[in-house]
Design a binder for this molecule. Structure first.
Ligand code: PMT
Length: 322
């Protein structure tokens, strides 16, 4: 399919932009620790004895990234996302038997405790009645999932942390081929201030308007698909506020970034309905309150798991034929 003019960025230009982004990013502080946790998590889930094979692993990205304006950051630009979609989806992926790498914005919604912020104390308590507060069963579920190596929580705040960790996840789960999935709900910044041109100290006010040049964040989706983890099943999201352009934009993203599926959602109705766009379908998925299910993610994850199963089987057949 020929894309409309202006859509294709030449590969060498994109590669140069990506290199420049990573070269200029401040190094991840706990990189060795993250890397070790990822290796162990993926290894444990890919060496399951007696189950007939590896457990599937999904990387759920959730919450918005920030763009710092100062190196010793006082001010930053933020991206809207409560993390509700990612937290709810994680719960359903765990229920479907997946191991989940939850790459989430610090302080946003957490699986099994979606209405609460990521506060360790608040997370633990549940109001039973006016005079009783007890430890939530959800906490137990989260802790069990973590303890059983089914859930690995990796927090980020800035765009630099997010993209460096996304790349580390991809390089690690590449080893499980089609059994890996990316489910990219994070609201990722489109513009950033390169670290080297960023003011070190708090920008002073009082000298009139502030001129600041923001550089475009290179879209990493194509390079994720093509280079970082080429066999992984990839689902990205498209958010718009104007429903008239939503499906067209989702379709464009599907083709441009070679995603397997794009989930289209409109800001105001995102909790009730999403449309899953594939190369030949547009499937509307709605929250089904009549079944007592109060979130759209239940039916959404069911559909994605089904499609991932077909993808894994097709990939296994292809490998078998070689
Ligand atoms: O968290 P909630 O409050 O529940 O809200 C959920 C949500 C609305 C945030 C979520 O459902 C959603 O739509 N997330 C994607 C929002 C978004 O940033 O869309 P986008 O058009 O800017 O990006 C599309 C895709 O490209 C995303 O999958 C994003 O991860 C990816 N991206 C974006 C920018 C960039 N520089 N690199 C990227 O890889």
């Amino acid at each position: 399919m020929v894309l409309p003019s202006g859509l294709e960025i030449p590969k060498e230009v994109l590669d140069a932009e990506i290199k420049s982004f990573f070269d200029s990013a401040p190094p991840l502080k706990n990189s060795d620790d993250v890397s070790q946790k990822l290796e162990e998590f993926v290894k444990k889930n890919s060496l399951l004895s007696g189950t007939g094979g590896a457990r599937r692993v999904v990387c759920v990205t959730s919450g918005g990234t920030t763009v710092p304006l100062e190196q010793r950051c006082v001010r930053y630009i933020d991206n809207f996302s409560s993390g509700h979609r990612g937290a709810a989806s994680t719960k359903y992926f765990l229920k479907a038997g997946y191991a989940v790498i939850y790459l989430h914005r610090r302080g946003t919604c957490q699986p099994y405790c979606r209405s609460l912020p990521d506060d360790p104390l608040l997370e633990c308590l549940e109001i039973v009645d006016e005079s009783n507060i007890q430890v939530r069963s959800a906490i137990t579920k989260t802790h069990v999932a973590v303890a059983e190596d089914l859930l690995l929580k990796l927090p980020f705040t800035t765009i630099f942390e997010y993209l460096q960790m996304l790349q580390m996840v991809a390089f690690t789960i590449k080893s499980i081929g089609p059994h890996a999935m990316f489910y990219l709900t994070a609201a990722v910044s489109d513009f950033y201030v390169p670290w080297k041109s960023m003011a070190e100290h708090k920008i002073q006010s009082g000298s009139g308007p502030l001129d600041m040049r923001l550089v475009q964040v290179p879209k990493m989706l194509l390079v994720l698909r093509k280079d970082w983890a080429p066999m992984a099943f990839c689902i990205s999201f498209k958010l718009e506020t104007d429903s008239k352009i939503l499906l067209e934009k989702a379709d464009m993203a599907l083709r441009k970034y070679k995603m397997h599926m794009v989930v289209a959602n409109e800001l105001l109705s995102r909790k009730e309905e999403v449309v899953v766009v594939t190369s030949n379908e547009k499937i509307s998925v709605r929250q089904n309150k009549s079944l007592g299910v109060d979130d759209v993610e239940s039916a959404l994850i069911e559909l994605l798991v089904e499609r991932h199963t077909v993808y894994v089987e097709n990939s296994d057949n292809l490998t078998g034929q070689q």
